[in-house]
Write a protein that binds this ligand. Structure first.
Ligand SMILES: [Zn+2]
Ligand SMILES: [Zn+2]
Length: 274
């Protein structure tokens, strides 16, 4: 399994020069499985370049490209209108939030609203590709190619889901937009147990977190504690704050590595094999 980071920023994209080494696009990750099939996690602004790259290499997967969403806050869906593959009538996508207890509007209506004419010129149902919306009331399933997926809901305003993907003895855990509260959420630790790579929300420093209770995010220290308790092999610090420059984040990475040597910053364009 291979992971490519296309968007690692949280909350809103940023474009100033001193942010671009780490990257300014919001949450989006490409997962390439051993079979060559792909899946996408979150559809923040990073999905624009992801789509362009797949078009440039004439990627041959036309059926059922899976897009798993952690939740539907803007920074996780706002890139979708600019995802060129979704305008290709030969392509089919399954857009999904997997897990129990979603009581809000349907996924289809949320994405439709984002593209209604007050906000965007092209409506969702005129994009051209076939879109299936899937909100299963299950937290664990295995797809025919042998990839198993476990979803777990965690604390975030409106709720968000973490995903554990396993293929060929390798495990990826994607857990962003998570607020732990007083102690570390043991559900997140359980989801992350023995993962080869944990991608975890690390929006704040420990000091910043004190001022941001209820905002729905974690500090790098909490990300490290999850990694330690779950005994993960590597930790990618993710969902970088929109006010944290490259220099700030490189310092944060060093601080984090003093306690958790296996940690690194998720940076746009970075590709890593599990
Ligand atoms: Zn977010
Ligand atoms: Zn959020």
């Amino acid at each position: 399994m291979k992971v490519t980071f296309y968007g690692t920023r949280g909350s809103t994209p940023v474009s100033e020069r001193d942010f671009l080494q780490v990257g300014g696009n919001t949450s989006c990750i490409l997962v390439t499985f051993d079979t060559g099939r792909i899946a996408i996690l979150d559809a923040g602004t990073g999905i624009r370049k992801l789509g362009n790259d797949l078009m440039a290499c004439s990627h041959e997967q036309y059926d059922n490209i899976y897009i798993g969403l952690s939740h539907t806050h803007w920074d996780h869906i706002q890139g979708f209108p600019f995802f060129k593959l979704a305008y290709d009538p030969r392509r089919h996508f399954t857009i999904s939030i997997c897990g129990k207890e979603r009581h809000a509007n349907s996924l289809e209506s949320i994405l439709t609203t984002q593209m209604q004419h007050e906000y965007f010129p092209v409506p969702l149902d005129k994009m051209g590709s076939a879109l299936t919306f899937w909100e299963p009331d299950i937290t664990s399933y295995t797809v025919p190619s042998g990839v198993s997926i476990i979803a777990s809901k965690h604390n975030h305003p409106g709720g968000a889901y973490g995903y554990r993907l396993e293929e060929g003895g390798k495990t990826l855990v994607y857990c962003t937009d998570v607020e732990h509260g007083e102690g570390i959420d043991q559900g997140v630790v359980a989801l992350s147990r023995d993962a080869d790579l944990l991608i975890h929300d690390a929006q704040y420093t420990p000091d910043e977190l004190k001022e941001k209770k209820g905002w729905g995010h974690s500090s790098w220290e909490q990300a490290g504690e999850v990694a330690e308790q779950a005994r993960v092999k590597r930790l990618a610090l993710f969902h970088h704050d929109y006010d944290h420059t490259d220099d700030f984040l490189f310092n944060m990475e060093k601080e984090c590595q003093k306690r958790f040597p296996q940690a690194f910053l998720a940076r746009e364009g970075l590709e890593t094999e599990l």
